[in-house]
Design a protein around this ligand. Structure first.
Ligand SMILES: Nc1ncnc2c1ncn2[C@@H]1O[C@H](COP(=O)(O)OP(=O)(O)OP(=O)(O)O)[C@@H](O)[C@H]1O
Length: 222
């Protein structure tokens, strides 16, 4: 997840500076895991630190009693399993909006193993909308508020990358698309459709339509 304030500065290919935030979210154990007696080994211990307990630790093994194999990891921010969608949105994504309104690029993506909670965090549910719906709502409200002074255009593309093959989820009939570099060194997906949109609901409907055509694997929306 990316965020502009107080963050690690890295240099882009074009020489400019960009900010990067890495956040970690621990999801709650699901019903099956609880039923099978699973125990969470990931614990948020400080605002920025998570400890992973050694799942093999044996408290009766006196020979290893003082050899903790716990591992500590530090992130820009962390969320435990009780964290609400709004908390995750406000602490990772909301601060990107003023820059987007001013015409700068921003990227937010979720990374993790299957079942880790990427879709829940990004899309969420009707009752608990994720980062995308919350971000789009705020974006459209802000654009509406400033529509007298500024002219905005919002468009979206929705693609799937699976087994190194790229497909356009808004236009599946276009088949497998190629990745190309443009003259400025930017990466482009040749032939990817781009649809103009005016509301969060419209975007969500298109994501829903796009998901219908596949089994919802790795996806990217810009
Ligand atoms: N923070 C959370 N709170 C409650 N339920 C969650 C949370 N995170 C994930 N879940 C639930 O865990 C399950 C798996 O999450 P999700 O589908 O988001 O994983 P994923 O990383 O997108 O998986 P895949 O890569 O296989 O698509 C879902 O049933 C989801 O509702």
């Amino acid at each position: 997840m990316a965020q502009p304030a107080n963050d690690t500065k890295t240099t882009t290919k074009g020489g400019g500076e960009q900010n990067l935030t890495v956040a970690l979210r621990i999801r709650p154990l699901n019903e099956d895991e609880n039923y099978n007696g699973a125990k969470s080994i990931a614990h948020k211990v400080q605002a920025k630190m998570v400890v992973l307990m050694d799942p093999m630790e044996d408290h009766d093994d006196v020979l290893r009693a003082n050899r903790s194999r716990e591992k500590q990891f530090v992130f820009d921010c962390t969320f435990d399993s009780n964290a609400l969608q709004d908390e995750v949105y406000k602490n990772t994504t909301r601060s990107l909006l003023p820059n987007i309104i001013n015409g700068y690029n921003a990227t937010v993506f979720a990374y993790g193993a299957t079942g880790a909670g990427k879709t829940y965090t990004m899309l969420g549910t009707d009752d608990e909308p994720g980062i995308m719906a919350r971000g789009l709502n705020d974006l459209f409200v802000e654009m509406d508020r400033t529509k007298e002074e500024m002219k905005y255009k919002v468009s979206m593309s929705y693609l799937e990358i699976y087994n190194e093959m790229i497909r356009d989820l808004l236009n599946p009939s276009s088949g497998i698309l190629d990745l190309r570099e443009d003259a400025k060194g930017g990466v482009q997906v040749a032939g990817l459709s781009e649809v103009t949109t005016r509301s969060t609901n419209e975007v969500m409907d298109m994501l829903f339509q796009g998901n219908k055509g596949e089994n919802s694997r790795t996806y990217c929306c810009k």
